[in-house]
Design a protein around this ligand. Structure first.
Ligand SMILES: Cc1ncc(COP(=O)(O)O)c(C=O)c1O
Length: 391
């Protein structure tokens, strides 16, 4: 994002954000499709010969999905709702990988009817359930085992998924039972892959590398039992830099991540898959909100805007940092808490943040809100959902 003629612009083609507020009604998520295309190309170039299944929980806007499908992505989904949205947005069943710990009988049945590409199984009872349903339907399910290597990737505990005390994936000690179950349902389950997802916003890769080593060994031993095994899905999780002053680190992080992944996995000689979400979308989206009041107390100056944790929950949920910039460049500075209208003290975007001087009616852009923004929004306090615009 940068100012041109004192107005804030986004993306590689420097699109003006101010013009989008001409008929402002309520907060708007703006997604720059050129920016998303650029990110996809950069990741695809770094992860050569890896099939990218976009984790659509990050942002399931239909135009965003259509854009990524056009770029060549598949979709990583976690519910029947996401399967439906993916299909409506142009993906085919052959593009869909289905993860998630709580797949219901109905969801599994629908996924099998559609013959989706791969189901990432997260527990032994789920594997048993899929085997049983597929057998009754006369189908053969393509299964990847999501394994939990018990590795810490040093992210916020709420977005870590690869530790023993997380609900995700299956412990390596379960493998003999998984093999037995796969054999029991040999006519209805085909083991095609091993999968992994350690968590989100990963910015250093020691734990990740260790996890790949552990799962490579598992892959080799499973391959001896199941000749159908041919895919390794290394999940998503590559982090982005929310502190914009250090943005230039991002390219080298991508290169490092790709190098570790490809070097570690090349000996498997198998199909590689990944499930990125945040990295593709976060920078390409911004949440525009309008200042309602500037409220001074003896302790603080609050900037109260018309959006809040109901629209972008990341700061409240994970104490996540987002850069905030006024759409019109200003010179004087103040120190503010930027807060929303919701009746919770956790309803804030930033605390004690230095910002150009803010006045009632000004528009603020909450940067890097393209991932886990609208897709996590709610109508709490009976507030309306924000609008979404693709540019
Ligand atoms: C199974 C799975 N794959 C991929 C992702 C995408 O992660 P990220 O957006 O950090 O790339 C997630 C996110 O939580 C996930 O649960």
């Amino acid at each position: 994002m940068e100012y041109i003629n004192n107005e804030l612009h986004i993306g590689p083609n420097k699109k003006n954000l101010k013009s989008l507020t001409a008929n402002y009604m309520r907060p708007i998520y703006v997604y720059d499709l050129d920016f998303i295309r650029m990110r996809f190309k950069a990741m695809a170039a770094a992860l050569q010969n890896v099939r990218i299944f976009y984790a659509m929980k990050a942002n399931s806007n239909p135009e965003v999905l259509a854009c990524l499908k056009e770029c060549g992505a598949g979709a990583d989904v976690v519910s029947l709702g996401e399967i439906k949205r993916a299909l409506e947005s142009g993906f085919t069943p052959a593009d869909i990988v289905y993860s998630g710990v709580g797949k219901t009988r109905h969801e599994i049945t629908e996924a099998l009817k559609l013959e989706i590409y791969q189901i990432n199984v997260e527990s032994l009872p789920e594997l048993e359930r899929i085997g049983e349903i597929a057998k009754a339907m006369g189908k053969k399910a393509s299964i990847a085992l999501r394994l939990n290597p018990d590795i810490d990737i040093k992210t916020h505990p709420y977005i870590a998924t690869g530790l023993r005390d997380n609900k995700f994936g299956m412990e390596l000690s379960l493998i003999p039972e998984l093999i037995a179950c796969l054999k029991k349902y040999a006519s209805s389950l085909e083991l095609v892959g091993v999968s992994l997802h350690l968590g989100s916003q990963m910015l250093e890769f020691d734990g990740y590398q260790e996890a790949l080593e552990r799962l490579k060994n598992v892959y080799h031993s499973l391959k001896q039992e199941f000749s159908t095994l041919r895919r390794f899905d290394f999940g998503g999780g590559l982090g982005i830099i929310y502190e914009r002053s250090e943005l230039d680190k991002e390219q080298s992080l991508l290169q490092e991540y790709a190098k570790i992944t490809l070097n570690s996995l090349k000996e498997l000689n198998c199909e590689l898959q990944s499930e990125p979400g945040r990295w593709l979308l976060a920078h390409a989206g911004v949440l525009i909100t309008q200042v309602q009041y500037v409220k001074k107390t003896s302790e603080k100056t609050f900037v109260i805007v018309d959006s809040g944790m109901n629209h972008l929950v990341r700061p409240s949920l994970y104490e996540a940092y987002h850069t905030i910039l006024p759409l019109d460049k200003k010179s004087h500075e103040g120190v503010y808490d930027i807060v929303g209208p919701i009746c919770e003290s956790s309803d804030f975007f930033a605390k004690d943040r230095k910002l150009p001087e803010v006045k009632e009616g000004d528009f603020l852009a909450i940067a890097d809100a393209g991932a886990y923004g609208y897709s996590m929004a709610s109508t709490y306090n009976q507030q309306e959902l924000p609008l979404e615009i693709c540019i």
